[in-house]
Design a protein around this ligand. Sequence first.
Ligand code: ARG
Length: 464
Amino acid sequence: MGKHIASARIQTESSQLLKALNDSLPFDKVLYAEDIRGSRAHAEMLAQQGIISTEDQTQIDAGLAEILADIEAGRLTLDGDEEDIHMAIEGELTRRIGDAGKRLHTARSRNDQVALDFRLFVLRHNKAIAALLLQNIETLVTVAEAHSSTLLPGMTHLQHAQPINFGYHMLAYAAMLKRDHERFISSYERNNLSPIGCAALAGTPHPIDRRQTARSLDFAAPTPNCLDTVSDRDFALEILFNISTMMMHISRLSEELILWSAAEFKWVTLSDRHATGSSIMPQKKNPDIPELLRGKTGRVNGNLVALLTVMKGLPLAYNKDMQEDKEGVFDSVRTATLSLQVLNEMIADMTVNREAMEAACMIGHLSATDLADYLVKERGLPFRDAYHITGNVVNLAEEKGLDISELSLADLQRIDARIGEDVVALLDNRASMNARESLGGTATVRTLEQVESWKGWLREQKKV
Ligand code: ARG
């Protein structure tokens, strides 16, 4: 083990144990493309400002381009003895081009370098995850359009409450994923500022041009305060929080899919491509995919809490604790990406069992509120009186083993003579669903209006 290029002060070789604890190359090597991109932009700016010669910059640029090509072609593997990806690339460059490579680190530090690389990585994934969210929203809207009059019992407390349509239920999830999409985009916009040139913590006496590097790396501008910039991991915390919230939504949908696949419901059938068997029970078909999506939510929450905890006590500026920022983010980003891809396929391929959903609407007197509303609207009763009369009607239906919508007019009028013939039609579950025409309500006309507005929104998103 030779002496490292970045250890001027250290006289003896590092302990193997220190290396095991200290080295981040085994995991931060995934940042190689960002590291090379940042270094090329930095060297170009150094030459433009006359800080290094054009000849050196030309060699640096060609050397870095060659290293990138070699990594991507599998000719160069990043498993050397260097501490991290920054030292590995700089070391490889110097081995290839000699002295010019040693000039690359002028006017920068690994502190702004890692802040740059990691930020570029996070920004790229904010956009990629946002694009996958759009795909999922589109799939939900397609299912919603096909099922805008498929009845199912809307629930509260997991108890049958009022009839809604399945399309409306899917659009509730579309609304959650849209807020998630907005969060990834707004994080991108807030954090799209360049850290490079901040150096160790306080800037540099070299006549650098941070606006130039910001432009060439497609940032909106440079960050304004170097001390903050090399200490800041908010951008990483934001993507972790955004992923956690998104996975919480996916987990709730997964939970419903698991319930709905059970024999007690049978409202949906997941395609055989998205179900697994049991090793002992030959008859089983298990919803492992939604279970894993639900389970992985715990893991991404762990990553968020871990980084919040790492950051909470750190004095300014860089501390090595911050090297702990990466693995959780890499893991959450990988988990989120795969989860969205799988979710999209599973929703597109599932079968919605309309008959089973509609049959379930005959359990639980779903249109009871409609009877109370009728007595208020048509008979002028105070709501609380109407509520109690309806309660008596429900009790009668229970005694007879019927749903409220199956009672005869004579039965209804035995409870209260003010109940007119016009009620019978109102108690039908589909009529009840369609009666909820208020803004944002479940009626099929409102659902289809929502579908149209979703389609318009999706078209707008595809333009940007
Ligand atoms: N591997 C380090 C990290 O991921 C890079 C920054 C190191 N800076 C330093 N001054 N030791 O955080």
